[in-house]
Every structure is written in C-alpha cells, then in structure tokens.
Design a protein around this ligand. Structure first.
Ligand SMILES: Cc1cc2nc3c(=O)[nH]c(=O)nc-3n(C[C@H](O)[C@H](O)[C@H](O)COP(=O)(O)O)c2cc1C
Length: 565
C-alpha cells in the first residue's frame, strides 16, 4: 500500500471486493472477535493488575489552563434539549467550554469499596477503562489562546499542546463562533482487559463520547456536526498524534473524529475537507509542547490484530453524503422536570435490576422515539448518514405489550433488510397501541428473559430488566463500499446507547450497555444466516437495584489540593 505524509496508507482499491485486503481484514477481524457459546474471543488468560493502564493521560511540559466547575450552573431543562430554539445559545467563554467538557468527558463521582477507589465519568465506557481522549482546537480569545489543547480529565484542565505560528491565519480557518473537538483512542486501555474484542469497545466508546458532546453542547444551545469528509490523516495532523517524539515509549493514540461545535446555525452540507487540510498543514509548523504520559509500566501481551484492523480501517477523505431528511412529527414530550446537567451527571450503569418492575408503555415509546433520527434533534443530528443500525427489542415487562421480540428499523432501507433477513415466521404486525410514525413491529410472542440472558454472556442484567435490545448493523453493504465505516457502525450503536442511558435516567429508571454477547447465537435466534446484518451492541433498561456496599464521593474534591487553592 502507498504510504502518505504521516505514515498513512492510501487504500488499495480493487474492483473486486473479494480481493480487497481492507474488506477482507474487516470481515476477518469481525469474525474472530466474536464471542460464542463455545468460546470467548481471544483475550488475556488472567488480568495483569501490575500493568493496569492509568485512566488519566497527561502531557508533561504543557501549560495548563484550569477550567472552572461550571456545569452545575446550567439550568437548561432536560426536555428542552430536544426542541431546537428553546435553549438560548451561550456565548463561547472559558466557563461554557468548561461546562462542555465537564458534561461530556468529565468526572461524575468516585466510588469506594473497602480499600479500592475508582472514578466514574459522565461518559460510560466498557469496563470503565476509558480509551477515549478529547481535544479542543480553538481559534483563540482573551481567556484561551489559539491552538490545540488536550483535556486532562483528572485535573479538569486544558493542556496547551500547540500554538500556531500565525494566530491570525489560524483564526480565519474557523467558521464564525465555532471551534473543533477532536477524539482519539488509546486501544491499549481496553486491550489490556479484553484482548482482541477491545477494538470494538473502543469504537462504541467513541460513539458514546460523540453523543455526550452533543448533549452537553445542547445544554448550552450549541450545534454539533461530525466532520465526516476529512480523513484520519487530517485528524492526526490536527491533534499532533503523528509526532513520534511526543509519544516515545508510550501508548499511541489512534485518530477517531473531529466535531465542529457552533454557537449559531451550521450548514450541514459544507465540505470541511479544505479546513481540515489547511489546519493540519498550519499546525505542522506550529509550536508543539509536552510529551504523553505512559499508562502501563509494561505490556506483556500484544494484540497484533488490533494494530492490523486499525491500519485497514484508516479513513480516507470521503465525499459528503446528501441525506434526504425523512419527515417525522416532533419528538413526543418528555415528562421530567429535571435539569439536563443533573440528568447527565447522575447517569449510571445499572449492575443489577429488580426483575419485577413493569415499564409503562409511554416510557417505552418515548425511549424508542428518541432513537429515530431527526435533522434538528440531538444526538443523531450530528451524523450525516442514513441510519445503518436497527433494533430488535426483547420485551420482558412493559405494560400493555405482550412479552416477546419486536423490531424497530430506523430507516425504510433498514426495514427492507430486516424483513428479508430475519426469521420467516416473524409476523411483523403492529402493536395495537403505537404512535403511527414509530416503526415498531411485533415479531413473535415469547418469554424472552432466558434467551436474553444466555445471549448476553449469561448476564442477569439482560433478563431482570424490563427490556433488552440487540442492535443490528447493516454490515455487508457498509463495509463493501467503505471498510473504514466498520468503525462508524459501532459509533452509531454507541450513540443509541447514550440516548438510552439518558432517557432511562430522565424516566427515573436505568440502563446498561452490553458489549459481551454471543454474536452468532443472537443471529441464530433471529434467523440471520448471512452477514447482511450483524449484531454489534446490546442494551438493557429497567429498574435498578443500587449496590449499597459502595460509598459515593463527590467528583472534584481533589481539585482544591491539586490546584493549591
Ligand atoms: C461499550 C460498553 C459495553 C459495556 N458492556 C457491559 C457488559 O457487558 N456488562 C456490564 O455489566 N456492563 C457493561 N458496560 C457498562 C460499563 O461497565 C460501565 O459503563 C462502566 O463500568 C462505567 O460505569 P458507569 O456507566 O456507571 O459510568 C458497558 C458499557 C459500555 C459503554
């Protein structure tokens, strides 16, 4: 493969998809990272606790800008997030940027159990390992000079990684009242525990992080767009991830995504490739500071397949997708009176459910309605593509719905695929009471708790809840055209997960993402016997039982000591 500026491989496009090494590599990785009833995907035999990765990366040698703890002051009601125009846009200041980071990637609490203490965050993460790092690329103002900054989660501070040489030209590359957020992943953090399947979990976490930024921005009345045309090489250039001297002998970061955040309207059809290219070039001659911290003292195990799939899933520059919006009525009102900032900060993964509470029908319909893309409603307004992830819902306990399996295709194309590939015996009838625009279909009546638990690696959280969701991705069609979109399937699933987490919190119930499931057993249950659709994530929602053995401590009491104030 030809190699470009930052060591990026231009994709070797072949006319024959069967001989395309990138497509083959994605197919191989997907197959070998499946868990099955007979055996789990390859991972470490035992956990090497001495090599447990540090959850907080820092860049020594950078100037740090301390962020205020401003999230609590945001009084935006949660229901207003979903109604464009109801939230007046906040000015872009250090306080509002601080709130954006706190409500997306910031800490939510510390948990203590015996002698063990660990931090939890507003964004969830498989195994609480947090592979996602975040950056801001800022045009500059009186409080925060121009440049690239890494968000140091523990210190709630921005580390100034790069100052552009020519700040005026740098500023001019940004649209009015906007800045960029960059995301990257340290795959090692997940691989340490989960081995080969870890790459998938990192991608889920990116999806959760994108949705977290979207919801946090919505509390401030801001718009967010994923810049989907620019390449990984651009992202690497902008965030400085190619600078080997800053990552000597430490875990590398893989580029994920760039989000444009605007205080004001955004044009969804602008191609930002030029901006990304100019920024990447400009920052190459900027003044870079700092060296990344090492996360584990040693790595005895190497998961080469993760490096391989990372190479083959590198995103090239891609054309803008012109998605025709489907017309749907506005989202049904949410009944909570809570502030969005409170809902976001109280989000927790349930570790067990009560096995008895019944979910009201209107709660289910609101949960599902939120997952349909609407062009001006968070979080799916961030994406510029038609939905490629659809749902099968195992209904255990919902008032007024027969227990069993139900399908929620998230697009017309999705419904065609599901009807074609799911079990022939499924009846595809509409529930007697269901909003006309909600494409929910009854497939089969059955007591589905036991099946949900078995399919979810025998986890009780899948059966003791009110419902459990399997997310089915349009796998074959997606990777045949663009193998790197494999990652985006998981991002979309992660965004669905984040939406479910927050909606559950708003309804005073709880959710949990389920990355551990037996892939092909899910397919068999649903009658899927090819790779047109593949199960990529599961999610469970119900009434949680809190673990009273854990003590909760506030998220930022360490800051006073750290900042010496
Ligand atoms: C992609 C993903 C997969 C997850 N898979 C599971 C799972 O299989 N079982 C489980 O009990 N929790 C699972 N979780 C929940 C995480 O363990 C949880 O997010 C993490 O411990 C942090 O806790 P918090 O969500 O309360 O912040 C998953 C979370 C994510 C984001």
């Amino acid at each position: 493969m030809p190699v470009s500026k930052h060591g990026y491989h231009a994709r070797d496009m072949s006319d024959d998809p069967q001989n395309d090494p990138a497509i083959n590599s994605v197919e191989d990785y997907h197959q070998r990272s499946k868990h099955s009833l007979q055996k789990y995907a390859r991972g470490p035999d035992t956990l090497d606790w001495n090599a447990q990765p540090d959850p907080f990366r820092s860049y020594a040698g950078t100037v740090r800008y301390k962020l205020p703890l401003s999230a609590r002051q945001i009084a935006t009601p949660y229901p207003d997030l979903f109604h464009p125009g109801r939230v007046e846009a906040a000015a872009i200041t250090l306080e509002s940027i601080a709130a954006l980071f706190e409500l997306s990637m910031g800490l939510s609490s510390w948990k203590v159990y015996g002698a063990t203490r660990w931090a939890l965050r507003n964004n969830p993460s498989s195994g609480n390992l947090h592979p996602t790092e975040s950056y801001i690329v800022f045009p500059g103002d009186a409080a925060l000079p121009a440049g690239v900054y890494h968000y140091h989660v523990y210190a709630h501070s921005l580390e100034h990684r790069c100052e552009p040489e020519d700040t005026e030209s740098f500023k001019q590359t940004f649209a009015d009242n906007s800045f960029l957020i960059g995301l990257s992943s340290i795959h090692w953090r997940e691989a340490w525990k989960y081995g080969e399947r870890a790459y998938r979990y990192c991608q889920h976490d990116v999806g959760h992080a994108i949705a977290c930024f979207r919801y946090a921005a919505a509390t401030l009345g801001w718009q967010v767009r994923l810049l989907d045309t620019c390449s990984d090489e651009h992202i690497t250039g902008i965030l400085g991830l190619y600078r080997t001297s800053d990552y000597t002998d430490v875990e590398s970061e893989a580029p994920d995504a760039i989000l444009q955040i605007s205080c004001g309207n955004q044009d969804a059809n602008t191609d930002n490739t030029k901006q990304a290219e100019v920024l990447s070039d400009m920052l190459a001659s900027g003044h870079w500071h700092g060296c990344a911290s090492r996360l584990s003292s040693h790595h005895f195990e190497h998961w080469n397949v993760i490096e391989e799939i990372t190479q083959y899933c590198q995103k090239p520059v891609s054309p803008i997708e012109n998605v025709l919006p489907e017309s749907k009525p506005i989202l049904s009102e949410c009944s909570t009176q809570l502030d969005a900032s409170f809902v976001i900060r109280k989000r927790r993964s349930a570790q067990s459910f009560d096995g008895s509470s019944i979910m009201p029908l209107f709660t289910l319909y609101r949960l599902l309605d939120c997952l349909l893309p609407r062009i001006t409603v968070p979080p799916f307004d961030v994406l510029s593509w038609q939905p490629r992830v659809h749902l099968v819902v195992f209904i255990h306990r919902v008032d007024g719905l027969k227990p069993g399996l139900y399908a929620l295709p998230r697009s017309e194309q999705g419904e065609i695929l599901l009807r074609k590939n799911l079990r022939e015996q499924f009846d595809w009838s509409r529930p007697a009471i269901c909003p006309e625009w909600l494409p929910l279909h009854h497939l089969i009546s059955a007591k589905s708790q036991k099946a949900a638990r078995t399919l979810s690696c025998h986890q009780n959280i899948a059966s003791d809840s009110a419902l459990c969701i399997s997310m089915l991705a349009e796998f074959e069609n997606t990777i045949k055209d663009a193998p790197w979109r494999y990652r985006q399937l998981f991002w979309e699933a992660g965004m669905i997960g984040q939406s479910l987490y927050l909606e559950a919190e708003a309804a005073n119930i709880s959710g949990t993402g389920i990355g551990c499931f037996f892939d092909d057993a899910v397919h068999e249950t649903l009658g899927i016997n090819n790779t047109a659709l593949q199960s990529i994530y599961s999610f469970t929602v119900g009434t949680a039982i809190r673990d009273t053995r854990l003590v909760s401590l506030p998220p930022y009491s360490h800051l006073e000591e750290l900042r010496g104030s």
